[in-house]
Write a new protein. Structure first.
Length: 194
């Protein structure tokens, strides 16, 4: 009987460990290291998921989603008004500035078209910060802080902050919305593996 209780206890412990939502450990994808934990102002964020943005068969960049708590549902990752971050590290040799702006515009149109009028001025400012081509190894860090907005950093240079939770939700929807740029990347950022 004692042996049966010990076995039952072990099985219950294993079930809890394997079914409890956990954040990812640090990962390396295509030579890009994404840490498991980062600080965003006063908030401690953990890697929720990471993957590769592909265009046809070309790997363009590696992206990681950082949140304070695990989220497997896109809506929670997008709409929860908490500190969060998306990191993009380019693995393709060169992505032209025009292509970057075109991709941002398309992502906003495909996922937030009904709000585009109220977002357009801020989107134009955001796009203006992508004033150079992106090269292999370049990094874009998008950090949202409630009450402050979304701060954009490109290869270590802080470009500025776009105010509004509405802008952040539209920006996060580019990856996690109903019409994401890359469905596999969306699933990976929500913890589905890469």
């Amino acid at each position: 009987m004692k042996r049966l209780l010990t076995l039952t206890t072990m099985l219950c412990t294993l079930m809890i460990l394997f079914t409890a939502p956990t954040m990812l450990q640090a990962v390396e994808i295509k030579g890009v290291n994404l840490p498991d934990k980062i600080a965003a102002g006063d908030a401690d964020l953990s890697l929720n998921g990471a993957g590769i943005r592909k265009k046809l068969i070309i790997s363009v960049y590696v992206a990681g989603l950082y949140l304070p708590e695990r989220a497997t549902e896109a809506r929670a990752a997008i709409e929860t008004d908490v500190a969060k971050q998306i990191r993009m590290v380019f693995v393709y040799k060169k992505v032209g500035r025009e292509k970057m702006v075109e991709a941002w515009n398309e992502g906003f149109f495909n996922n937030s078209q009904e709000r585009l009028n109220t977002l357009q001025e801020r989107l134009d400012r955001f796009n203006s910060w992508f004033d150079a081509d992106m090269h292999k190894g370049d990094e874009v860090v998008l950090t949202y802080r409630p009450g402050n907005g979304t701060t954009v950093s490109i290869s270590g240079s802080e470009k500025g902050t776009i105010p509004g939770a509405d802008f952040m939700t539209a920006l996060w929807a580019v990856w996690l919305g109903d019409n994401p740029a890359d469905q596999r990347l969306k699933e990976a950022m929500l913890g589905g593996g890469y």
